[in-house]
Write a protein that binds this ligand. Structure first.
Ligand SMILES: [Mg+2]
Length: 274
């Protein structure tokens, strides 16, 4: 059979162009894969960057500074670093402080469950007052978390308006119900602040404690750590108490002599007391 010239020509052309079409198709497929892969990588990169940048930049290193404070690595600081004032305000007022405090109290409660008060009435707990039983957050917030100012603080304390810290009040009640003697030990000046402090404690529900121990004139000018060590030593050596637990917001509440069987640190990135 004789093939028409036009059809023969078309078949020759078709055989010649088929491989070209296949190569074109393969090229398009490869190019599409490449473009999709590049776009996906770019999307992952874009998605990852804000998280990373936010975690590093948003707190300006202040989370690390707070951890250093709580771990007692940062010592002797006189004021919250200026770049961290907003961070500390946020930490104290937007929930994280409350969650951390609650976690500490959970640990205290778990320990309290394991200890019993002896019938001799000599098993004792020590609780600090400022920012342990009573909160000074309103005062420090108003002062922009600045340097410690003894006269301004005394004016604030004299008002007797420090709110009680509910989680610590709950611990206070639990300890009393279990038969422990609770001593409230504070570096506040006894001569000038005893009445307003005991009134403030009473108004916030801290009732029935064994004794309120404050800084007498003999201990003025001494570090809190030395003063509190001396008071605990007296309780243990002279009065025979066994300190089963000790709770405070400063390491100076929890270090030194006769600190007790267990110590518990409540968070406080607002100020440092030596
Ligand atoms: Mg305190």
């Amino acid at each position: 059979m004789v093939m028409p010239a036009g059809l023969a020509s078309a078949m020759v052309h078709s055989r010649a162009t088929a491989p070209v079409a296949l190569w074109r198709l393969a090229f398009v497929v490869l190019l599409t894969h490449f473009v999709v892969a590049v776009a996906a990588a770019a999307a992952l990169d874009v998605a990852a960057k804000p998280c990373h940048s936010a975690s590093v930049d948003a707190d300006d290193g202040c989370l690390s500074w707070r951890v250093m404070v709580e771990a007692n690595n940062a010592r002797g600081w006189r004021t919250v670093p200026a770049p961290c004032v907003a961070y500390v305000r946020g930490y104290m007022t937007r929930g994280q402080y409350g969650r951390d405090l609650s976690s500490v109290m959970d640990q205290v409660a778990a320990y309290v469950d394991t200890v019993e008060a002896d019938a001799d009435g000599l098993d004792a707990w020590i609780l600090d007052i400022d920012d342990t039983c009573l909160s000074n957050l309103l005062y420090y917030e108003a002062k922009q978390f600045g340097a410690y100012d003894p006269s301004a603080f005394k004016m604030w304390a004299t008002k007797g308006a420090c709110p009680g810290i509910p989680a610590v009040l709950e611990l206070f009640a639990t300890l009393q119900a279990k038969g422990f003697k609770v001593f409230l030990l504070s570096g506040r000046d006894e001569e000038t602040l005893a009445t307003c402090t005991s009134d403030n404690l009473e108004s916030e529900g801290f009732l029935g404690y064994e004794r309120l121990i404050m800084r007498s004139p003999d201990y003025r000018g001494q570090s809190s750590s030395l003063f509190k060590s001396a008071m605990r030593k007296r309780l243990v050596e002279e009065e025979g108490y066994r300190i089963r637990g000790n709770v405070g917001d400063q390491w100076s509440d929890l270090q030194g002599d006769y600190v007790g069987d267990r110590v518990f640190k409540i968070p406080n990135p607002m100020y440092y007391v030596p």
